[in-house]
Write a protein that binds this ligand. Sequence first.
Ligand SMILES: [Zn+2]
Ligand SMILES: [Zn+2]
Length: 208
Amino acid sequence: MCHLLVIEESEFALRQAVVLYYETKEPFYLPAELAEGEEVFLATKNGIVAYAEVLFSEYTTRPADPHWLTEADEQERTYACLDLISVDLRHPLLGSPLAGLQVNPGQTDLKVRQRLVEAWQAGHFESDVTTIDQAKNRRMERFRERNHLEPLKACCEMCGNTQRSILEWHEYHGHFKTLCPTCHRLAHQGIEKREDVAATSDHALPEQ
Ligand SMILES: [Zn+2]
Ligand SMILES: [Zn+2]
């Protein structure tokens, strides 16, 4: 079964929470009554930000979590304990209001589930890498770039492209730069080329 859980961000800081819990690999609780093993898409009003699996549900008072922005009452409710599979704050499904996607919160039927899973996975392309180590590094880098929370600059820092909706973060020596997708691809190709030179010859690294 598959469920779309929409979280009110004035009550729970969902984006901050999923980035943290994905990095620390900690499960966390949200109010929902879901069966073990159920798939869950976590969404804000502006679209989907994470894909998770239910570990179990528990009838209890609200489990402590610093991402709650409202005071806890003593009321017992059912909370689902969730394990994150993937998180993407710059996925194309975010920024598509749920009405536009024609999906309703709650249980989804098989057709909607199929559509959501395919759309989510399609946004998760890996760039061309050749070794497992490179792929691993690229995956972590990509996670940090796609889930960096600062506001983007108004234009691409390389070519000046001002199309806000396509701009993304690029991690460079521990800092983040705003780039358009074209300059972003070039930036990564530049890095890989430099690594090749270092690995295969005695020449010093060229100046960047
Ligand atoms: Zn650019
Ligand atoms: Zn990058």
